[in-house]
Design a protein around this ligand. Structure first.
Ligand code: AMP
Length: 423
């Protein structure tokens, strides 16, 4: 009796074939855009102390309340698979004393994240994000640059109809005054609200803006808007961010209902959505988090960043043919074996290694096929040169210019290099 087949857990998937190529292309784009703008790569651990997210992301958020994969290590310490990247990056900034470097410190990552969500198309339990965080400056130009970089990445990946919504949540002080005003508004129509919003009036009244519940939506239509209660300084900061985006010709809509689901945001918040995605329309988003580093024991440090979902970018993007080319480029030399035996295989294998050391993209059929089968494989790969090794001698075919010659096997690499050079 055969064993039952095992499957990847719910909400997870394997990255294969074209998907893997598309990711490699996306990673290369992200790296060139972000490193070109002075962002350095950072990778933080896959799991962190649970407290990091409780403190950073916030106890009132959906992520901390119900979406974390939390477990104990052997010593009884509570650990959590990272549900997002900003808190770990801020932890690393403090841990490595990065405030002593020239500010702002700009960091980017491309990593997997974990949330216990209802799995569906575009929503997974393990997903990948590319993210960029800039710490140590509250200059509105940093906000604008950060947003422009994400807009550029999405545009270069061919994300169709990306729509940018923008708002400001103000600083912690203006927000806490506003929260009281909003709570009063919610309490006045408590009976029309969804049970979930009602239960969170004190804990997180702003989330009522995200509710899809009809009664709640009605109450929110004439709720006071944070954007109209910003301090003069926060309003000026927001006006400058908008002016810089106008100057960069990035179009956006100011949306005073945009709150985003994480507690650490202050001032600028933004989100890109794409109609190409259906229900899960968020492609990427972020904002300022001026108090977060301090919450992890660091000095007062402003910061701004974003994260965008890799799966969603690829789903929404027009996967250009160029993006799906193998990263290695075309095969320059295919090594085939005419005959059998260990000695012949050893010779061909040696030639393959020699070609690769010389910088050629080279492949060989490792499936034990007949010569005909091997040549079919070379043809499918579009190999430029094919060396058919018969022993100390080989036949070298130029598939592009036509023609072939019989030469010593140990001169094949030289002949290919010369041939490519002459092109
Ligand atoms: P967030 O950290 O919630 O602001 O998410 C930022 C981006 O990550 C979203 O716009 C999505 O593109 C992506 N994302 C968030 N959660 C998931 C998920 N469960 N599955 C796939 N992508 C996700």
């Amino acid at each position: 009796m055969s064993e039952p087949k095992l499957k990847a857990p719910r909400g997870t998937y394997d990255v294969l074939g074209e998907q893997a190529l598309a990711r490699t292309a996306l990673e290369a784009r992200a790296r060139s855009i972000l490193e070109g703008a002075g962002y350095e790569r950072i990778e933080t651990p896959t799991f962190e102390a649970t407290e990091l997210f409780q403190r950073g992301v916030g106890e009132s958020t959906d992520i901390v309340r119900k979406e974390m994969f939390t477990f104990e290590d052997g010593a009884g310490r509570s650990l959590t698979l990272r549900p997002e990247g900003t808190a770990p990056v801020c932890r690393a900034y403090v841990e490595h004393g990065m405030h002593k470097r020239r500010q702002p410190v700009k960091l980017w990552y491309l990593s997997s994240f974990f949330r216990h969500e209802r799995a569906q198309a575009g929503r997974y339990r393990q997903f990948w994000q590319v993210g960029a965080e800039a710490l140590g400056s509250e200059d509105p130009a940093l906000d604008a640059e950060s947003i422009v970089l994400l807009a550029t990445l999405l545009a270069e990946m061919g994300v169709r109809n990306a729509r940018l919504r923008l708002s400001s949540l103000g600083s912690a002080e203006s927000r806490s005054e506003y929260r009281e005003r909003l709570k009063t508004h919610l309490r006045a129509s408590e009976e029309s609200l969804s049970a979930e919003v009602r239960a969170r009036i004190d804990l997180n009244p702003l989330r009522a803006f995200d509710s899809e519940h009809a009664g709640t939506a009605r109450v929110m239509r004439d709720a006071p808007r944070l954007l109209e209660h910003l301090s003069a300084e926060d309003a000026e900061h927001f006006a400058q961010v908008r002016g810089l985006l106008d100057a960069a010709k990035v179009s956006y809509e100011v949306d005073s209902t945009l709150v985003r689901g994480i507690d650490y945001y202050t001032r600028t918040v933004f989100e890109f959505t794409s109609d190409a995605l259906g229900a899960q329309s968020g492609v990427g988003g972020g904002g300022r988090y001026d108090g977060l580093v301090e919450q992890f024991g660091g000095p007062p440090t402003p910061g701004i960043g974003w994260a965008a979902g890799i799966e969603r970018i690829l789903l929404a993007g027009e996967r250009s043919a160029a993006g799906n080319q193998p990263a290695s480029g075309p095969v320059e030399l295919f090594v085939a074996i005419d005959g059998s035996g260990a000695e012949l295989t050893r010779l061909a294998f040696g030639l393959l290694g020699e070609a690769r050391s010389a910088g050629l993209t080279a492949q060989m059929d490792l499936g034990g096929r007949s010569l005909k089968g091997q040549l079919g494989h070379a043809n499918a790969l579009g190999a430029h040169y094919v060396a058919i090794v018969g022993g100390e001698e080989a036949v070298l075919r130029d598939t592009q210019r036509g023609g072939q010659e019989r030469i010593a096997t140990d001169t094949v690499v030289h002949a290919v290099l010369r041939g490519l050079h002459d092109l």
